[in-house]
Design a protein around this ligand. Structure first.
Ligand code: ADP
Length: 292
């Protein structure tokens, strides 16, 4: 039985934030796809129209480092989003202790991540939920960002960047860069960086690692809604947190984890950082290590 007269349903791939994801065959193209079924629940009709309009914009976001949204349609009270099918994701790669990630491999993953971000930021679209399991990896090693823009449409954005933890209502592309910096750190150390159990705990972990944020380095800080003054904690040497990282990697990472979002490096600037042009050069995607 075909869904929407086009997709042949296969097995369930998993359950995500918004609903079930299943594998399917697109009979129009023969391509394997992943269909994300989003429960719309008892929302007002208008909300669904808004969602569909925004989804339409996401369909226009086409780039080699962004998962293509092939189709979107409502069916039996659920919104179905059809994406290209991907073999694995970066979280699986990071957690697989049988996979050795060389400095060149890490550079390759970061370059593909930042290319995807730079493309979307240029079109004023934020991801807002950057995490290793949203960075999908295809059979050819290509990394592509998944779930672009969905956090804004369906809720549950990530609260990792300091400006979000201080309650900023207006924020920008910097939130994705901060999150990408945390992914960079996770690739280097092979374990989650600054993972808090609550917003307060999260902030404490950030301050312990990077030193307390102060109005002198971040002038807008004191005007954020949830700002409270913190006891000053000095940062340990940044290098001590990443014993295996090169000086270039460390320099870029520090620029991505800059407190003041206005001073934080942009995706385009990050791609132009010498880290990407100095040796070792990024591994070509089809030479990246893969799970056995
Ligand atoms: P979450 O909301 O937790 O990020 P998702 O809804 O994105 O989870 O995904 C749920 C499951 O479906 C995961 O196991 C993920 O690996 C799988 N999945 C999501 N998108 C794709 C895709 N394009 N290709 C293959 N598997 C996918």
């Amino acid at each position: 039985k075909k869904v929407a007269d086009r997709y042949l349903k296969r097995e369930v791939l998993g359950e995500g934030t918004y609903g079930v994801v299943y594998k399917a065959i697109d009979t129009k193209t023969g391509q394997t796809v992943a269909i994300k079924k989003i429960r719309l629940g008892k929302q007002k009709e208008g909300v669904n129209f808004t969602a569909l309009r925004e989804i339409k914009l996401l369909k226009e976001l086409k780039d080699p480092n962004i998962i293509e949204l092939i189709d979107a349609f409502p069916h039996k009270g659920n919104l179905h989003l059809v994406f290209e099918f991907m073999e694995t994701d970066l979280e699986t790669v990071i957690r697989n202790t049988n996979i050795f990630l060389s400095p060149a491999d890490i550079k390759s993953y970061m370059q593909m991540t930042l290319k995807g971000l730079a493309f979307c930021h240029k079109k004023w679209v934020l991801h807002r939920d950057m995490k290793p399991n949203n960075l999908l990896i295809g059979s050819n090693g290509q990394l592509k960002l998944a779930d672009f823009g969905l956090a804004r449409i369906f809720g549950s954005p990530d609260r990792k960047a300091p400006e979000l933890l201080f309650g900023a209502k207006q924020y920008g592309a910097g939130v994705d860069i901060w999150a990408a910096g945390c992914i960079f750190a996770e690739l280097l150390n092979r374990r989650p960086f600054l993972q808090g159990t609550s917003d307060m705990d999260q902030l404490g972990k950030i301050f312990a690692a990077l030193g307390t944020a102060t109005p002198s380095q971040w002038p807008d800080l004191a005007y954020l809604p949830d700002y409270v003054e913190y006891q000053y904690v000095a940062a340990p040497p940044f290098r001590s947190l990443f014993p295996t990282a090169s000086d270039d990697a460390l320099d870029l990472l520090l620029k991505m984890l800059t407190y003041d979002p206005k001073a934080r490096i942009t995706a385009q600037q990050a791609l132009e950082h010498r880290y990407f042009s100095s040796a070792p050069l990024p591994t070509v995607p089809d030479k990246l290590p893969r799970p056995a």
